[in-house]
Structures are given as structure tokens and as C-alpha cells.
Design a protein around this ligand. Sequence first.
Ligand code: IPM
Ligand code: MG
Length: 356
Amino acid sequence: MKIAILPGDGIGPEIIEQAVRVLNALDEKFEMETAPVGGAGYEAHGHPLPDATLALAKAADAVLFGAVGDWKYDKLERALRPEQAILGLRKNLNLFANLRPAILYPELAGASTLKPEVVSGLDILIIRELTGDIYFGQPRGVRTAPDGAFKGEREGFDTMRYAESEIRRIAHVAFQAARKRDKRLTSVDKANVLETFQFWKDIVTDVHKEYQDVTLDHMYVDNAAMQLVRAPKKFDVIVTGNMFGDILSDAAAMLTGSIGMLPSASLDANNKGLYEPSHGSAPDIAGKGVANPLATILSAAMMLRFSLNRAEQADRIENAVKAVLAQGLRTPDIYEEGTTKVGTKEMGDAVVQALR
Ligand code: IPM
Ligand code: MG
């Protein structure tokens, strides 16, 4: 089993370092190879996704990804910006299914900005389609409007589109995930306005015929945003397109108050995957040793479960994380009075210790 390790920018390298230590503390040893990506890829090879990094990611059984992005690259042309690395990896590796769990650990109930009774015990799974939609649709660009009311004026445009097969395959992933949970799936669309999402709704409804044991409902994205803050525990699994999923998953993550705790998986049709924390590169705290490594450590656990078929090892890591929370250890992002504030490395130490 070979794991590609892509630390990236900002806090990426320091949180990845702790996740690698945790992996190395398991009984089974995995082959790991590190390569630069994002701003680090640009610095090393002039491109956010260097050829050698992409080749390594393709050859590996799984990819563990830190985070990319830094303000200092904001002035580069779009194709050279750090974000292109993650978009390029998703597209080139066909990672169409993005699993973003939002779980509120009981010890962290106070970290949420919502009332405890609204979020305590929260356990929802957002499944975001990741390689289609307006993110990748062609044509796109800035041009002189060829016709219409604004003819002759400059305009920016993108294309929202989904092919039937793209909707079917993400719907199957979602129904199967719901089957393993509370068997309730909410498909989020904007069928009242957009052709693409009326089509989405029709196809998801059709796929549902194969999963009659799962309850399916449909919700418009604006209402879904409202319900996520009003009564988030009513959801079990949510499936949606790339852009709506981007937005709703940030909202869902923040329900838990601790985006520093949330892992994510991006999978292809064969469960090969890229695993990354749901948070970003946080350049403002990079190098200070205060970043929360738990989302990355939990991403490594997801990797063991989904891509490497090592469910027992994944359980061990998840239990170790619960144990350190129960011990009262907290990085600054989840710190509350009465708990013990620790840094990135101390948190990693504690998880390694709890594994033993
Ligand atoms: C995410 C991020 C990315 C996205 C950015 C960094 C390109 O926001 O993973 O949610 O929009 O998908
Ligand atoms: Mg996002």
C-alpha cells in the first residue's frame, strides 16, 4: 500500500506531519512518499500541480492532502493559483464523490455558535458531487457579449451542466451511504429555477427505484441552507451538486463549531481517494504550532477505512481522538475554560500516546 503525502501550504505541512506520525505509530507500516503541491508546487516547479506530483498521486493507493493557498499567490493568473492543484487532482483522478461528515463530539458541544439542544449529537453526512457542475462546465470566460440586452459589453460567464451518468453515479454513492446509516437521503437542488437541477431531481428520483429501503426527499438549496441552521439534526445524508455542496458543507461544518475537527474523503469509482481536512490552509497561523491536527488525523482514519480496507486501524485512530478529547486536551480553536490548551505537536503526541 502506497500513500502519496501532499502537505501543501500554510498549516498544511504541520498538520500532515502529525497525521504521518499517527500512521507510523500503527502496527502496519505503509509506504509514503511526499511531493509539493499548491503554492509549494509553484515554488518548486513553477506549477501548483507539478507533473511529478500528479504522477505520484495517480500511482498511489491513496492521497493524504494538507491544504493549499496563501494570499501571496492571489496575483498569479488563475491557472497558476494554489486552488488549481486541488481542482486538478479531483478532475485528473476522477474523484467525483466527496464525503463531508459533520459530527459534533459531545465534549465540544459548547464550541458551536448554535444552542446546544439544536446541535448536540449532530451526525450528518454531506455528499457533494465533485467533478461536474459550474465548476468545470465549458464554455466559461470573460468576453464581449455577442448578443442579448448587453450586446457589446464585457461579460463573465460559466456553464452549469450535469450529464445523466454523472448524476446517476453520485446518486448511487449517496443511496448506498444512506443505507449504512439512518436510511434517509435528502437531495438538494434548485429545480424551481434551473434546468440542470430539474434534470438532477428527475435522475435521482429514478435511481431511487433501486433503493426502496431508503427514504428520499428533495429540498431546494435555499431552504436546505435554512433548515441546516434551524433543525440540522433532521438530516441524515444530503446529496447535492458541486457548487451547492461547496456552500452547504461549510455551513454544516460550522454547526459543529470546530471546522478543525472535520475530515473529508474524495473518492473515485473504485474507492481510491484523496483525504483532506475540511478546513483550509490558514496562512495567518501557519508555523506557529497552534493549528488543530485532528481533522487531518481523522482524514487519515477515513483513508484507512475507505481506500486501504483497514477498518480496525481506522477505529483505533478515531478512538484515540475521542480519548484525547475526553482527557480535556484542546488546540486554541476548540479551547474552552476548564480544558487544557495544547499546540499542534502536543496534540499529535497525545493521539500517538492514546493509540498505545
Ligand atoms: C473546498 C474548497 C475548494 C472548492 C476550493 C479551495 C477550490 O472551497 O474544497 O470546499 O471550492 O471546492
Ligand atoms: Mg469550500
